[in-house]
Design a protein around this ligand. Structure first.
Ligand code: HEC
Length: 144
């Protein structure tokens, strides 16, 4: 092997490993293992209303129903078999049921596995709050 050839192979290998490193970094966003404490303290930007629930329902149909089911009961036949979307109409909220906690999950996804991805950048904050109000109207959140 000539020295020149070895040099070319070497720099190609270096370029490849740099590119891999960059793409691995891009694929591993710094998402936490559980919700950050401040999520719970966040308050909705506006209160629930018939208009918010209506908008939330439309968004739910578009972004959530195929996993969480028509009524939110977690019984959709279309959900990927590799995951178990929870029932959003019962009293069990593994990650919390406050406005801010649900907002965080819709934006960032469901930790720790993130089988459910977040919609940050795809929908506005206003639509995220519309979804929060709709999800909290499904019956599982205790009235305060
Ligand atoms: C690809 C399927 C999928 C989609 C789409 C999806 N989810 Fe989820 N969702 C899940 C899974 C799976 C979990 C739970 C993950 C786990 O337990 O590891 C989850 C968890 C949640 C939780 C937390 C529940 C709890 O008890 O902690 C909420 C709230 C939630 N989803 C709401 C939504 C909303 C609102 C949408 C639409 C914007 C949505 N999800 C879209 C699959 C999905």
């Amino acid at each position: 092997m000539s020295g020149v050839f070895r040099g070319v192979v070497g720099s190609a290998a270096l370029a490849w490993s740099v590119a891999m490193g960059v793409s691995l970094m891009a694929q591993t966003p710094a998402l936490p293992q559980s919700l950050p404490a401040e999520a719970k303290k966040m308050k909705a930007a506006f209160p629930s209303s018939p208009a918010a629930l209506d908008a939330g329902k439309q968004l739910y149909g578009k972004y959530c129903r195929f996993c969480h089911g028509d009524t939110g009961a977690g019984d959709s036949k279309m959900a990927p078999k590799t995951m178990q979307p929870p029932n959003l109409t019962d009293q069990t909220w593994t990650r919390g049921s406050s406005e801010g906690e649900i907002f965080w999950i819709v934006q960032h996804g469901a930790p720790p596995k993130y089988d459910m991805k977040g919609l940050k950048g795809k929908i506005t904050d206003q639509d995220t709050w519309n979804l929060v109000h709709f999800v909290r109207s499904l019956g599982g959140v205790p009235k305060s």
